[in-house]
Design a protein around this ligand. Structure first.
Ligand SMILES: [Zn+2]
Ligand SMILES: [Zn+2]
Length: 349
C-alpha cells in the first residue's frame, strides 16, 4: 500500500506522469528518484519505465488523487492519425490510440511549475492568456486573435491530424517568416517580436509566438484538400502552381505577394511535385508493373519518406499517376503507421 503525500496537486489537463512527478517532487521537497523508487516498488517492476500502464494509477494513489486522474483520456485528447485502419484518411483510431508528443503546459495552470501535457490543443492557454511552447513563455496582449488560433488548432487542424509536432504548422511558420522577411520594414512580425523582447524571430517557437494567428491561418490553408490537391497536379508547371500558392499564402498573412515568399513557395511546390512522382513510383516494383499499393497509401508513404507533409492533405483519387520510375515499392502498412512524423526539409524545425 502506498502512503499518500500530504500536499494535494491538481493535475493539468492531459498532464503526463513524468511532468506530474517533477511537480510533486518540487512541492514536497523530495527527489524525483525517490518518488520513482516508491512507484517501482508498488507496481513490482525492476526499473523505471514511463510508459508502464500501471504507473498513472499508482501515481494517483501516491498523490491522493482519484483513481484514473492521471490516465490520459483518449476520447478527449486522442490524436487523429492516418494509420490505414482501414483507411489512410485521418481518424481517431481506437486500435492505435495515439497521443500527441508532450509539450510544455501553461505554467499558471500548473501552479507556477514546469510540466508537460499531451492535451488536445496548441501553445496558448485561453484561460490565462498565457503562451507556453518549448522554452518560451509570455503573456499575450491580443487575446481575440490568439483565442481564435487556439480554437482552430483544437478543432479543424486537430481533426486533420495536425498538431504542433506533425510538421504542417512548421511549414506554415516557414511561409509566414518568408513573407515577413520579404515585406519592407517594419514588417508586422518584427514589430510584434519587440513586444516580446525578441530581436528577430528565427526559430519555429519564436515565429509561432509572434505570429500564431497568421501561422494557423496558413496552416489551415495548406491542409485544405481543395487547395492542396490542384497544387499537386504535376501536369501543370510547378512555377505556375507556386505563383498561385504565393497569392493564397500572402492573403492568409494579410498582405500582398512578395519575392521572399515566392522563392520559398517555388521550393515547396517543386519539392511536393517530386514527392508526388515518388509516390506514383512506389506503386511499381520489378516484379509487377503495378503493385497493389493504392494511391492513398502511396501518398502517405511518400509524405513520410520524403518529408513532404502536403501530400497527406490531398484527395488521392484526384492525384494523377504520372510517375514512371520505380521508387522501391511501399513498405508494410505497419512500418508506415509507426513512422514518426517529421517536419519538411523546408520547414522550421
Ligand atoms: Zn490505427
Ligand atoms: Zn493556463
Amino acid at each position: 500500500m502506498l502512503r499518500t503525500l500530504p500536499i494535494l496537486i491538481e493535475p493539468v489537463a492531459g498532464e503526463i506522469c513524468d511532468g506530474y512527478i517533477d511537480r510533486l517532487a518540487a512541492t514536497h521537497l523530495l527527489d524525483v528518484p525517490d518518488i520513482r523508487r516508491e512507484l517501482i516498488r508498488h507496481i513490482g517492476r525492476q526499473g523505471w519505465n514511463s510508459s508502464d500502464s500501471r504507473l498513472p494509477d499508482a501515481l494517483a494513489q501516491l498523490a491522493g488523487l482519484p483513481l484514473h486522474a492521471l490516465t490520459p483520456s483518449f476520447e478527449e485528447h486522442g490524436m487523429w492519425v492516418r494509420c490505414g485502419h482501414p483507411a489512410w484518411s485521418p481518424k481517431k483510431c481506437a486500435r492505435c490510440r495515439r497521443f500527441d508528443t508532450p509539450r510544455t503546459a501553461c505554467t499558471l495552470c500548473a501552479g507556477g511549475l514546469p510540466t508537460l501535457t499531451i492535451a488536445r490543443g496548441g501553445a496558448y492557454c485561453t484561460r490565462h492568456a498565457q503562451w507556453s511552447f518549448r522554452d518560451l513563455h509570455a503573456t499575450i496582449p491580443e487575446t481575440d486573435e490568439y483565442e481564435w488560433a487556439e480554437r482552430q488548432v483544437k478543432t479543424t487542424l486537430w481533426e486533420r491530424g495536425v498538431t504542433l509536432h506533425t510538421g504542417e504548422i512548421n511549414l506554415a511558420a516557414a511561409l509566414v517568416r518568408a513573407w515577413n522577411d520579404g515585406t519592407p520594414e517594419p514588417c508586422p512580425l518584427h514589430t510584434r517580436s519587440e513586444r516580446f523582447g525578441l530581436a528577430s524571430p528565427r526559430s519555429y517557437e519564436e515565429t509561432l509566438l509572434c505570429a500564431y494567428p497568421d501561422v494557423i491561418r496558413v496552416a489551415t490553408l495548406i491542409t485544405t484538400r481543395r487547395v492542396i490537391t490542384p497544387l499537386l497536379d504535376t501536369a501543370v508547371s510547378a512555377l505556375t502552381q507556386a505563383d498561385r500558392f504565393t497569392v493564397a499564402v500572402a492573403a492568409a498573412c494579410g498582405g500582398h505577394p512578395n519575392e521572399g515568399l515566392r522563392m520559398l513557395a517555388r521550393a515547396i511546390v517543386g519539392y511536393a511535385h517530386r514527392s508526388v512522382h515518388y509516390a506514383a513510383g512506389l506503386r511499381r516494383t520489378p516484379q509487377t508493373k503495378n503493385l497493389a499499393c493504392p494511391m492513398n497509401r502511396a501518398l502517405i508513404v511518400a509524405a513520410g519518406r520524403q518529408r513532404a507533409c502536403l501530400l497527406r492533405h490531398a484527395t488521392p483519387a484526384q492525384i494523377r499517376d504520372t510517375g514512371w520510375k520505380r521508387t522501391g515499392g511501399a513498405p508494410r502498412p505497419r512500418a508506415t503507421r509507426n513512422r514518426p512524423l517529421q517536419p519538411d526539409e523546408l520547414a522550421l524545425p
